[in-house]
Design a protein around this ligand. Structure first.
Ligand SMILES: NC(=O)c1ccc[n+]([C@@H]2O[C@H](COP(=O)([O-])OP(=O)(O)OC[C@H]3O[C@@H](n4cnc5c(N)ncnc54)[C@H](O)[C@@H]3O)[C@@H](O)[C@H]2O)c1
Length: 335
């Protein structure tokens, strides 16, 4: 029988994950749901064929009938839930970021290392996006030559009012930080942030241009603009010594009509990265019991958060800031 998965957090992302989990993927069963809002939990459970509801997330994690846990509750709840999963020896796929603070990220890395089993996968799902995977394979194949630049664009049509300037960096742009580490296979050494004026469509929030330099001298620039109005638009172009490789438009459909050549755009990340979310969960399910989760490790989650924290410092001080990681435990080598 497939894994019995418990879901904590049944909001926008949790509902999407619940739908994937109850689609028969990997033979898995969505066996339990908890949300602080019990009506929300019931709504998602009912949509998925009536799974068991839990009032207490710790009881869900401790239930011997639950094989693995998917955490999609708000960032500040992640650490306690992931630490409880580690204490129970239970695999956990936690939405990004790994935790809300660096101290919490360090506590998770320390607990997992102490336990000696790799149980944590962080939901940086772009690692499962077919385009980014092909980009990584193209780089590894060698003909492009060594990389020089990675140009990234991350635009949302609209964003909620609570997404502050800080969160544009610490929440939205962490996806680019993680995927750049994955593509380039190295850490960042420094980061700078330059902000244009705010758009009149969103006067309280500036777009951000984040410029990261890796240890070997590759430059990664990220335009993070969450009020772009026209749609959800994620782009990446890797510039190497012999050539370049870029993500193709998604969805991969071009329409020529009435004198126009056009590509449709997704409304938000759920459509754009639908394949990635599905493949992320599929790979996680396959990895259960192997102690080798498939995507971003807890260490990767920690590294992304340290880099984002340095970017916040750079933004506040308007100066190029060093990215300083702790020494990676041996446990995560070749993770
Ligand atoms: N991977 C991605 O592309 C991506 C995209 C968006 C959000 N996220 C992350 O996913 C997580 C959830 O984001 P969302 O957009 O679904 O938010 P949301 O607000 O839509 O959903 C959060 C849900 O958690 C519930 N909740 C609140 N406090 C809780 C608690 N203490 N215990 C259990 N449930 C609680 C809320 O009632 C709500 O239903 C966040 O960590 C966010 O950063 C990831």
């Amino acid at each position: 029988m497939g894994a019995r998965v418990g879901l904590i957090g049944a909001g926008i992302m949790g509902a999407d994950h619940a739908r994937i989990l109850s689609s028969g993927i990997g033979g898995a069963v969505l066996a339990a749901v908890h949300d602080a809002d019990s009506a929300r939990a019931r709504q998602v459970a009912d949509a998925c064929g009536g799974t068991q509801l839990y009032d207490d997330p710790q009881a869900l994690i401790a239930d011997a009938g639950i094989d693995a846990v998917l955490v999609a509750s708000p960032d500040e709840t992640h650490a306690a839930l992931v630490l409880a999963c580690i204490a129970q020896g239970k695999p956990v796929l936690v939405e990004k970021p790994l935790a809300a603070t660096l101290d919490e990220c360090r506590a998770i890395v320390a607990a997992e290392t102490r336990g000696g089993r790799r149980l944590v996968q962080v939901g940086y799902m772009r690692r499962f996006d077919p385009g980014y995977r092909m980009m990584k394979a193209a780089l590894a194949e060698g003909r492009l030559g060594p990389p020089l630049f990675l140009h990234c664009v991350h635009r949302n049509a609209v964003a909620p009012h609570w997404l502050t300037n800080e969160l544009v960096i610490a929440n939205s742009a962490t996806h680019e930080i993680d995927i750049a580490r994955y593509l380039l296979g190295e850490e960042f050494a420094s980061v700078s942030v330059i902000s244009p004026r705010a758009s009149s469509r969103a006067p309280t929030r500036q777009p951000q241009l984040i410029v990261l330099e890796t240890a070997s001298g590759v430059v990664v620039d990220v335009e993070a603009f969450v009020d772009a109005q026209y749609g959800y638009d994620v782009r990446a172009e890797l510039v190497c010594e012999n050539g370049t490789v870029a993500l193709a438009p998604n969805p991969p459909l071009a329409t020529r009509l009435a004198g126009q050549d056009s590509h449709a755009l997704h409304a938000d990340w759920r459509g754009r990265f639908a394949d990635a979310y599905r493949d992320q969960i599929g790979a996680w399910l396959v990895s259960l019991g192997t102690d080798r989760p498939a995507g971003s490790s807890a260490w990767d989650g920690y590294a992304a958060s340290v880099t984002a924290d340095a970017a916040l410092q750079a933004w506040r001080t308007r100066s190029r800031t060093t990215v300083q990681l702790d020494t990676m435990p041996e446990f995560y080598r070749n993770a």
